[in-house]
Every structure is written in C-alpha cells, then in structure tokens.
Design a protein around this ligand. Structure first.
Ligand code: G1P
Length: 300
C-alpha cells in the first residue's frame, strides 16, 4: 500500500499563547471567520484525498471531536424550522472525513505525538498536518507533496522561505536543488537553530508526508530541543538512511499564504484575509476596512 490515505493531526498543545481564551476552549476551536481553525486543516486533508483523520489529542480537547460528529438535537431543531441551508452547513462538516482520536497522555513533544499514530497508520505512508498552520486553500501544497512522495519515495516536508531572523522559531533545512521548480532534496535538518547557525532560511511548515519508517526511528529518537522528542530529529535520521529502508527526504517550497493561528498577530491576519475573500462578507468588509484605515491618524 503506497497510496497516502491517512492524516494525523496533533492537537494536544495547551495554547498558552492565546490565554485566557484557551483556558476553557481548545485553541484549535477558535473561529477564523465562521469556522474553527481545525475545520480548515481537516478540509485541507480531505481536499488532498485524505479521508481518514486521526487526532492526537490531550485533556480538554473533546470539543474538537464533537465538532466533527453529528449533533442530532441541533439537526432536529433546524429540520423543524425548515432551515435547509444551515442543516447542510453542519452536515457538510460531518462528511469531511472519518475521524479517530487518541490521547497523547504526557506531552513529550511532536515526535512523540506522531509516534502514537503507529498502530492506526500501520505500514503505509501518511500525512501529518499541524493544527496551528492554516494554509490558504488556493495553494494546495499537500497535494503536491503527495505527488513528490509518489515520485521519489521516502518522506516529504513542506518548506517556506522566512525572514532569516525568524528561522529560530522553526525547523530549518539544508537543501540541494532538483530539476523541478520548488522541489528540493533535504541534506540536513535542525530544529529551531539560532539565526547565525541556520543552514538556510527555509523553514519547515506544519505539513509532512512521512514514510512509515519514521516510526522505528522515533522509537530511538532521544529528547532534543526543549527536552522534547522532535519530529525534525527523526526526519534528520531519515535524510541519511538508505532508500531501501524508507530513507530520503524531499521538500516542496510553498509560496502561498500560511498563517499560524496559535499566534495573535498571524491569527488576526488569517481572519482579515479570509473575511476579505469570503464572497458574502468580503465586499462590505473590505470597504469598511479601507475606510477605517484611511480615517486612522498616526498615533491613534
Ligand atoms: C513545530 C516543528 C517545527 C516547525 C513548526 C511549524 O514547531 O517542531 O520544526 O517548523 O512546527 O509550525 P512548534 O511550532 O510546534 O514549536
């Protein structure tokens, strides 16, 4: 089985950057316009053909599973009112994918979270999507990554050029170019390096297509940066592993819009950008926004 069919979405993070809102609401459930952030991520997986989604969750995250489940009471209320439009809105969410969920227990890092998917995924390639990364649906990078996995085997990571001074927030890649535009071969990976030690300004965004060989590597990966088991470190091992045992890592350079919905500034940008694109809200919202900007005086 070499087709990528399953998506793993780690959602165990506490969302401390968004307190107090995330004290009782999972950060993945904060709305971006009219959908929770996690809806966009699951929709992206489904659009790439991944209809089997496994959440690696933690305490206090049941609202995420509930969101993708049916709500018979609400359906009945809408049906009684004859509100077909809203009925189809909530029905659509439940049809996106088959949802599974397991608990991470101890938060030992992203590598540990992904390792927990082993029994569910089995011996087939799979995708990992980080719930904080919202990728504009007009730029289907995951689809391209799946194609690159089919072409080269091994694993594929999503990369993005970032301002060099911000590379210490990400996993950073050393690369060799290939014949194909925006497809690179990874030669090394470092998790959150200081800017002056980074091999490039190519940052890992939260999209991965992984060879199942990652699981055995994760078993042997010791805690790295921040004392956590890092997925980046396990991928680094696969960079130099032979192709016959699932080694080799490629990167697809993404040039579209990506937002970190766990970061206030980026979350606001995502909300504004998506509201402006919305066919119903967009025109009025955009003209309100531009008039507000032109009224604003320095120092306001
Ligand atoms: C994780 C990864 C990092 C990657 C980032 C992308 O870090 O460990 O390599 O660049 O996601 O969002 P986190 O942001 O969870 O600390």
């Amino acid at each position: 089985m070499d087709q990528v069919r399953k998506a793993v979405i780690p959602v165990a993070g506490l969302g401390t950057r968004f307190l107090p809102a995330t004290k009782s609401v999972p950060k993945e459930m904060l709305p971006v316009v009219d959908r929770p952030a996690i809806d966009y991520v699951v929709r992206e997986a489904a659009a790439a053909g991944l209809r089997d989604v496994l959440f690696i969750a933690g305490r206090g995250k049941t609202a995420i599973e509930d969101y993708f489940d049916r709500n018979a009471e609400l359906e009945q209320v809408l049906r009684d009112k004859g509100d077909e439009e809203r009925l189809s809105l909530i029905d659509d969410v439940t049809q996106l994918a088959q949802i599974h969920s397991i608990r991470q227990g101890a938060a030992l890092g992203l590598g540990h979270a992904v390792g927990m998917a082993e029994d569910h995924v089995g011996n087939e390639p799979f995708a990992v999507l980080l719930g904080d990364d919202l990728i504009d649906r007009h730029d289907p990078v995951l689809q391209k990554m799946i194609e690159i996995r089919a072409k080269f085997g091994g694993s594929v990571i999503g990369l993005m050029e970032v301002p060099p001074e911000t590379i210490s927030l990400y996993g950073a890649a050393a690369i060799r170019t290939t014949d194909e535009n925006d497809v690179v071969e990874i030669t090394d990976l470092i998790e959150k390096p200081p800017a002056d030690e980074a091999p490039s300004n190519l940052a890992i965004i939260g999209r991965y297509v992984l060879d199942p060989a990652i699981f055995s590597v994760l078993h042997d990966t010791t805690p790295g940066r921040g004392g956590e088991i890092q997925l980046t470190d396990a991928l680094r091992t696969l960079v130099s592993a032979p192709k016959t045992s699932g080694g080799g890592v490629h990167g697809v350079v993404f040039r579209g819009n990506r937002y970190d919905t766990g970061d206030k500034q980026s979350y606001l940008r995502a909300t504004v950008a998506l509201a402006m694109q919305d066919p119903e809200l967009g025109p009025d919202f955009s003209s309100w926004l531009s008039s507000m900007m032109s009224e604003r005086r320095p120092g306001d």
